[in-house]
Design a protein around this ligand. Structure first.
Ligand SMILES: NC(=O)c1ccc[n+]([C@@H]2O[C@H](COP(=O)([O-])OP(=O)(O)OC[C@H]3O[C@@H](n4cnc5c(N)ncnc54)[C@H](OP(=O)(O)O)[C@@H]3O)[C@@H](O)[C@H]2O)c1
Length: 335
């Protein structure tokens, strides 16, 4: 048997708990997929006593994310804590500097510190993997990095925030007002801990910048995205749109213009009811890619939640376990 891939797990919230549960309950199957055992060797959370529905009692709990990232007995840090700065960023930096691969679902951190983190990954010959950072269960990062590696991409558009889409479709189909839709999205666990990130469009902008950097321009910057969310959308707006056979969706778009300029935006749009994005309902996400020579691609799938997000995280872990066997150095640097 090959040597295990030793995982330091940072965060046991919605996503981290599901990753830990699957790595425990499906240990044999996942290790077989990876070609070597996948083992959580230590973890960090704020509260070591919280009941989480997963048993890590035999493993060391580490109070400090940075201490976890620096441990000599881990090969990779799986950062599922969140936050663009502070302890998550510090832990990511320490992991990379200590030659540990980084797996993260943290689009806020990637959007803000992309250049810095990838410079560290290059310098220290380790990988940053982030499939779960955009649209959770839709494997869009792999498509852009691998499947479309030969393509010239001209436009990426989509619905990138499950909370907003859930709220808009709840208002539309059940006639509830904005505030009631938000409370419901929070109760169902769709909303980010800070819902302003969702409803003001910033979470969507974070995801768009990751997509734009991969697909269109590594130098795309968050400040280049005019961003407005759904905070001001009322039931009456949705009813007005419906009366004209239209539908309101929060749409993210990044497009390469003929002069090479990248134009990006996040804003509510009034779409024809037949439009593919108008028919994406509930917490689902959708991404449309225009490219040559592949043509147009549409991907629709679950954009949030423990299961779909854990699927992306585990795909990255398995990739690292497989690839570390045959290559050394950073994997999949952006174009
Ligand atoms: N939820 C989704 O559907 C989804 C989808 C895609 C991407 N993401 C991203 O995935 C990441 C995690 O999201 P989540 O929804 O799982 O978040 P969450 O439920 O809020 O969980 C965050 C976890 O981080 C731990 N934590 C917070 N501060 C800490 C600190 N200073 N030291 C150690 N641990 C700390 C928390 O510990 P305690 O439990 O002890 O408080 C908790 O276990 C975020 O970057 C998010 O944007 C989430």
């Amino acid at each position: 048997m090959r040597k295990p891939l030793r995982i330091g797990l940072l965060g046991l919230g919605v996503v981290g708990t599901e990753v830990a549960r699957l790595l425990t309950v499906e240990q044999k199957t996942l290790s077989a997929q990876a070609g070597r055992p996948l083992e959580i060797v230590a973890y960090s959370t704020r509260d070591p006593h919280k009941k989480r529905g997963v048993d890590l009692s035999g493993l060391p709990w580490v109070a400090s994310p940075s201490e976890l990232a620096a441990r000599s007995d881990i090969d990779i840090l799986v950062e599922l804590m969140g936050g663009s700065d502070g302890p998550a960023l510090e832990a990511a930096e320490i992991a990379l500097k200590n030659k540990k691969h980084l797996v993260t679902a943290n689009k806020a951190m990637l959007a803000k510190h992309w250049k810095h983190l990838f410079a560290l990954s290059k310098k220290h010959h380790v990988a940053i993997m982030f499939e779960a950072s955009v649209c959770a269960g839709i494997p869009i990062i792999k498509v852009l990095r691998e499947s479309f590696a030969s393509n010239r991409i001209s436009r990426v558009r989509g619905i990138l925030n499950g909370t907003c889409n859930y709220m808009l479709t709840s208002m539309e189909t059940r006639g509830i007002e904005f505030d009631a839709a938000l409370v419901e999205a929070q109760r169902l666990g769709y909303a980010e801990a800070d819902p302003t990130l969702d409803i003001d469009g910033h979470d969507t902008a974070h995801k768009l910048i990751v997509l734009a950097k991969l697909a269109l321009d590594p130098d795309a910057k968050p400040q280049d995205i005019p961003t407005s969310g759904i905070r001001d959308i009322r039931l009456s707006d949705i009813r007005d749109a419906q009366a004209r056979n239209k539908t309101i969706r929060l749409v993210a778009s990044a497009e390469k213009m003929p002069d090479g300029q990248i134009v990006m935006s996040v804003a509510p749009q009034v779409l024809d009811s037949e439009h593919v994005l108008a028919n994406v309902s509930g917490a689902m996400n959708a991404i449309l890619i225009d490219s040559e020579p592949a043509g147009s691609l549409t991907m629709i799938g679950p954009g949030a939640g423990g299961g779909p997000t854990a699927s992306g995280v585990l795909a990255d872990i398995i990739d690292l376990a497989r690839f570390e066997i045959v290559v050394e150095g950073p994997l999949y640097l952006p174009r």
